[in-house]
Design a protein around this ligand. Sequence first.
Ligand code: PXL
Length: 262
Amino acid sequence: MQESVALSIAGSDPSGGAGIQADLKTFHQFGVYGEAAITLVTVQNTLGVTRVEFLDADLVEQQVRAVLDDIPPTAIKTGALGHAAVVLRIAALAPQFRCPLVVDPILLSTGGTPLLAEEARAALLEHLLPRATLITPNLQEAAELTGLPVVDLESMRQAARRLGERTGAAVLVKGGHLEGDAVDILWDGAAFHEYRAPRVATVHTHGTGCTYSAAITALLALAYPLPEAVARAKAYITEAIRTSPGLGAGRGPVNHHARPLQ
Ligand code: PXL
């Protein structure tokens, strides 16, 4: 059988909780060979981000091209992309991907540092999101990308469907920032699926979004159908939050060693 390979195109978090580091650990945990093309470098730890440097679009494109034909991924995800030129280069390469593409439309770090330039949002919406198999916004990203208020399950459904119809992609709106159970809504182009897990009372959620979308990408690389990939990734991220190791003085990372379902 062909080896399962996942490529992350995302930013670096030297504290290892989010970004490319979280993606590689998660791919590995699912038994998937991980590749990583870096788009931006952050200086951060569990207390927050103090600096961000966006990499040159040529440098990002060359990293992706270097692996595409040599060790072709069976699934790809994008995370923080930085500036519009990078978004446009990735969108232009996407027809060559020949595998599922998960776009995590990261706009800000948890602490509010922009990880996508303001001027890149239109490029994301018009050029990259229509190339995605799945888009994974949190509540705030879903609101920004649709212009709709996204504050409860009904508005999550509306936003998922609106973004899905606009882009042709499946959309997973993540409700982790609401109160009560952590409920996510998937619009797959035909129907809604709901994923529910009990809320875990912890501040150690750094990298949750990256880790969740990386788990979905790993499962797509392993050829799981999308609704099952999301269900299995949801179980993994819930366990990873529940067992977060409490590292660092601030908002610590989730437990990337959590065991995937057999
Ligand atoms: O969670 C969003 C995110 C993505 N990528 C990088 C980050 C962060 C949040 O801090 O640092 C590199």
